[in-house]
Design a binder for this molecule. Structure first.
Ligand SMILES: CC(C)(COP(=O)(O)OP(=O)(O)OC[C@H]1O[C@@H](n2cnc3c(N)ncnc32)[C@H](O)[C@@H]1OP(=O)(O)O)[C@@H](O)C(=O)NCCC(=O)NCCS
Length: 178
């Protein structure tokens, strides 16, 4: 059942908000998506320890260097996403929206749009100049979402991604926040 917009809470997580339940829920959400073939960069579900390390790195980053946003509906994790600044000093004005994932049962109900909009808003507030994102060329949902938010294509790496015995192009998009 799609969550009514008002019942969905989206909040930014710092270190204090990252508890064991959220790590369990995130591991399950990612695992279910990847098992069904979602284009998230993993071929098999990441182990809990990997998800814990990833989320903890983002949640403990200095303010303005990264943001982890989670969408919840009645205690359930509907989706989450994060952006992170590039590490090299010469490109640290910019950041990458590295992960955006909405659980299967919540897809198509506006959760991804809410998360994406708020990720962009937090990046803008943090002074990020260019926010990049990339996705697999068959991911029409992601493409249509990012284009509707204002991301524009700046490159394509042909046959870059190998999954399920097939090759896919990597689509590279950017949103200029200046
Ligand atoms: C891509 C993803 C984040 C979108 O989140 P979502 O909650 O399903 O999307 P929303 O309901 O917020 O819809 C946002 C937009 O996506 C597009 N969209 C949604 N469902 C779609 C569909 N079935 N076909 C094509 N476009 C679709 C539309 O542009 C939609 O905008 P609209 O509501 O104004 O029409 C989500 O489907 C997901 O997690 N997929 C698996 C993981 C993934 O691919 N992540 C992105 C990797 S970069």
């Amino acid at each position: 059942m799609p969550p009514p917009d008002t019942a969905l809470s989206v909040r930014s997580l710092s270190d204090g908000g990252l508890d064991e339940t959220l790590i369990d829920q995130s591991t399950r959400l990612l695992g279910d998506l990847i098992t069904r073939g979602a284009a998230l960069g993993w071929l098999t579900p990441p182990p809990r320890a990997e998800v814990a390390a990833l989320l903890s790195r983002i949640a403990t980053a200095d303010e303005g260097d990264a943001a982890l946003l989670v969408a919840r509906h009645e205690g359930h994790l509907a989706g989450f996403g994060y952006w992170e600044r590039y590490a090299r000093p010469t490109i640290a004005r910019h950041a990458d929206l590295t992960l955006l994932a909405v659980g299967d049962t919540w897809q198509g109900a506006g959760v991804g749009r809410r998360l994406c909009g708020e990720l962009v808003a937090t990046a803008r507030r943090a002074g990020v100049e260019k926010l990049t994102v990339d996705f697999r060329d068959d991911n029409v949902r992601a493409q249509s979402l990012y284009e509707s938010v204002g991301f524009r294509r700046y490159g394509v790496l042909g046959d870059f991604i190998v999954a399920g015995g097939r090759r896919f192009d990597k689509m590279m998009y950017v949103l200029d926040l200046r």
